[in-house]
Design a protein around this ligand. Structure first.
Ligand code: G1P
Length: 278
């Protein structure tokens, strides 16, 4: 059973300055809901009810968001405005939140390793809240839920992937793998942000992972890679060499909300397809 989900949220969000000068980028709203709440809802729907934030300076608004706000709630008690808080209250009642600080920004791999004391010796999910994943129709499961099912079958680390235009591979971790059908690949190669002409494919990793706990051992000995940062992609490549890592072309729609274009696209999509439909 996977019960825990880690959210690395220590990053600065410089692409959204000045909006993110004193506000965490994860709190930017897509219509009326902060980006990070979409991710936490996806985790909770997949049964990952223990959420760990690997956080940093200036991120207190995230902890406050996932907590009761007595004054506000007292003010609107009994009014029609209470309905706006139904979803967040549901999360607060059903999810355990914990926080640990990453006090040096040494990369995504380092952020994940920082969460080890709160994860321990069990498989866990990772959500990069910048990647917003939306179900395209009512019956579709969230991406993490799809991945948890695969984990229960294969018991190894799994990364979510998507085909991207060839000239964009340098923005992602990119895999090569043996196809096993149904959008599933057994990873044979994995490179963090390769040059366009050196990429092993156009199958890009997006911000959803299931990791087995031996990843921590691997991360401890992973040297800094691309951009001088400890990369989760490099640690996963070690796992793939020694055992098995799967890559899964998920069902659903993903928006890169770490970029202004993706953020605006997500906002328009969610406004039309979620907000307006109530
Ligand atoms: C991170 C990972 C990369 C992955 C991407 C998905 O990069 O290092 O492998 O493809 O997330 O969003 P970042 O976007 O944080 O630079």
């Amino acid at each position: 059973m996977i019960r825990k989900c880690l959210f690395p949220v220590a990053g600065y969000g410089t692409r959204f300055l000045p909006a993110t000068k004193s506000m965490p980028k994860e709190m930017l709203p897509i219509v009326n809901k902060p980006l990070v709440q979409y991710g936490v809802e996806e985790a909770a729907e997949a049964g990952l009810n223990n959420v760990t934030f690997v956080t940093g300076r200036g991120k207190r608004a995230i902890a406050d968001h996932f907590d009761t706000s007595y004054e506000l709630e007292h003010q609107i008690a009994g009014t029609s405005k209470e309905e706006y808080l139904v979803d967040i209250r549901h999360l607060i009642d059903n999810v355990n939140f914990s926080y640990i600080r990453q006090n040096q920004m040494l990369g995504l791999g380092h952020a994940i390793l920082t969460g080890e004391p709160l994860i321990g010796d069990e498989a866990f999910g990772v959500v990069l809240a910048d990647d917003l994943c939306i179900q395209e129709n009512e019956g579709q499961e969230g991406v993490l839920e799809q991945m948890v099912k695969l984990y229960n079958q294969f018991r190894c680390s799994i990364v979510a992937i998507e085909e991207v235009p060839v000239d964009e591979v340098n923005k992602y971790g990119v895999i090569a793998g043996e196809s096993m059908g149904d959008g599933l690949y057994r990873v044979t190669d994995m490179v963090e942000k390769p040059a366009v002409d050196e990429a092993p494919s156009n199958l890009a990793i997006i911000g959803r992972y299931i990791l087995t706990p031996d990843i921590f051992e691997k991360l401890r000995t992973t040297p800094p890679g691309r951009n001088g940062e400890v990369q989760i992609t490099d640690a996963l490549m070690q796992q793939a060499k020694e055992g098995c890592v799967m890559a899964y072309k998920f069902k659903g729609r993903r928006f890169d909300c770490g970029s202004v274009d993706g953020f605006v696209e997500a906002t328009n999509y969610c406004y039309e397809n979620i907000y307006k439909k109530g």
